[in-house]
Design a protein around this ligand. Structure first.
Ligand code: SAM
Length: 218
């Protein structure tokens, strides 16, 4: 793929970010990170206009690249600091991965579908990003490199996956949409205190594709 980010693309990106309905809630660092990632690189050239609308879009395998508002919201709740280890469940297109990398994350990202994993890995390499890519069931996490400062799940879990909670550091944060995959979900922001207690905040009305695998939707 020819990766070109023109003034027109940059303009469309800026306009999309300026008009995000939840913009007031999002820190400048998150918006700036999203501004540095050309979202149209994750789309076929015929769909460039769609890349800069606040909408989810099909990426094959019945999966989607998340809506920009949702990426902004999840990233905001995750509160990544530079140098932190971040485990992402659901690489998908790799767009959200790039936003996390722009914030300085040391990123481990897992994708269930081989075709999406291969495509995202190849594209991020072309874009000169470095991350640790795994193809497999992320619902059980990635114990080899645990514990993580941050864990982000980008698919709807029927309940908070216990293996992921176990792999979250004390003082860490996990963001995961929880609820019925056929309906809307609540976004959980889970903070694990330094003594291991969980503080959970819930936000209504999100719609994600189902989390697959052992801890996913049966
Ligand atoms: N954040 C992604 C992006 O920016 O394109 C979008 C993620 S999409 C909404 C959810 C992704 O989670 C899909 O690509 C899906 O295949 C993946 N997924 C679902 N269950 C999974 C699992 N158990 N392990 C790893 N990936 C999973």
């Amino acid at each position: 793929m020819h990766l070109v980010d023109t003034y027109k693309h940059k303009g469309m990106r800026r306009a999309m970010l300026q008009n995000l309905p939840i913009k007031a809630f999002i820190h400048e660092q998150v918006l700036a990170a999203m501004d540095r990632v050309p979202r149209h690189f994750f789309f076929e050239s015929a769909f460039v206009e769609q890349a800069y609308q606040d909408k989810a879009f099909s990426i094959g395998e019945k999966q989607t690249i998340s809506q920009p508002s949702t990426v902004a919201f999840q990233t905001e709740l995750l509160a990544v600091e530079s140098g932190q280890s971040v485990l992402e469940i659901g690489t998908g297109s790799g767009y959200q991965s790039c936003v996390l990398l722009e914030l300085g994350a040391k990123l481990y990202t897992i994708e269930f579908h081989r075709s999406l994993h291969d495509r995202a890995r190849q594209l991020l390499k072309q874009m000169k990003y470095e991350a640790y890519f795994v193809c497999g069931d992320g619902s059980v996490g990635l114990p080899t490199f645990a514990p993580y400062d941050r864990i982000l799940v980008t698919a709807a879990a029927p309940q908070v996956p216990q293996p992921l909670l176990n792999q979250l550091k004390n003082g860490g944060v996990m963001v995961v949409p929880v609820g019925n995959a056929a309906d809307t979900q609540q976004m959980y922001q889970i903070q694990k205190t330094m003594t291991g207690e969980l503080i959970i905040k819930k936000y209504d009305n999100f719609r994600f594709v189902p989390l697959l695998g052992k801890e996913g939707v049966k």
